[in-house]
Design a binder for this molecule. Structure first.
Ligand code: ADP
Ligand code: ADP
Length: 227
């Protein structure tokens, strides 16, 4: 899905230049469930933003299904994101004045594939809550809405930036299990930044980042199921 070669990125502030991504070379397979770990400030979010087409200021080669993201202009990047990419964040980013149903419907406007809101809500276990507003939902339920809104686009890749960071551990487990099921069922590639060690166990592979570099890439021989 992704072939990344010698990816570099730095921020300049006058004379001071700060290297945020440092010579990253890695490939990411279709259908993979990849976790990214690393301390705060190690470049994880920046890496996600480059892969997801939110950040075009980088050096090196980032190929998505053979297409060079570095060659895209802003308009092509918007099209690339709309066609292929969904993001899930720790803070959910739901629209407070819209119901669960309507929040997911927003995602549907962005795709041409004809999946139904009700079907997706059933899949994430929110069918009976579809008329509620975000402030009537628990944290786990809100994250399910965000997942439903991502999924209805029919993305090839879902990026998750600390998706369970605001959730208690048993709710976090349920959200993880849902993402894993969707990854398997839809063959959608999931690339996730996390501190959650539990989650790392279910990934196919995890990358450790430090100071903008990949320290290690570890394959899980046997991905454990969450119970
Ligand atoms: P992580 O997600 O691992 O916490 P980030 O990718 O958010 O790391 O940040 C990596 C580094 O880049 C940090 O040192 C951060 O301060 C710096 N950084 C992020 N955004 C900017 C920016 N807009 N301008 C300057 N430095 C930035
Ligand atoms: P889709 O499921 O593809 O979005 P529709 O918009 O036609 O298709 O709606 C499907 C079902 O959802 C129908 O049963 C409809 O009554 C119900 N529905 C439509 N709009 C809303 C809404 N804003 N809130 C809750 N349910 C809705």
């Amino acid at each position: 899905m992704y072939s990344i070669n010698n990816l570099n990125k730095h921020y300049s502030n006058g004379e001071i230049s700060h290297q945020v991504l440092n010579d990253i070379t890695v490939t990411i397979g279709t259908g993979e469930f990849l976790a990214i770990l690393g301390p705060s400030g190690s470049g994880k979010s920046t890496f996600l933003n480059v892969l997801g087409g939110l950040d075009r200021e980088f050096e090196g080669n980032v190929l998505f299904m053979g297409h060079d993201l570095g060659s895209y202009n802003e308009k092509q990047m918007v099209a690339f994101r709309r066609e292929n990419i969904a993001f899930i964040f720790q803070e959910y980013h739901l629209l407070p004045t819209l119901t669960v149903y309507e929040n997911v419907k927003v995602g549907q406007y962005l795709n041409k594939k004809n999946s139904s809101v009700d079907e997706i809500l059933e899949k994430v276990g929110l069918k009976e809550h579809k008329h509620k507003f975000p402030n009537q939902l628990s944290g786990g339920q809100k994250q399910r809405v965000a997942i439903a809104r991502a999924l209805i686009k029919g993305p090839k890749v879902i990026f998750c930036d600390e998706p369970t960071g605001a959730l208690d551990s048993s709710t976090a487990k349920m959200i993880m299990k849902l993402l894993l099921d969707l990854n398997k069922e839809h063959n959608v590639t999931v690339i996730m930044v996390t501190h959650n060690q539990e989650l790392v166990k279910i990934s196919n592979r995890y990358i450790r980042m430090m100071d903008g570099r990949i320290l290690s890439t570890i394959h899980n021989k046997q991905t454990s199921d969450l119970d």
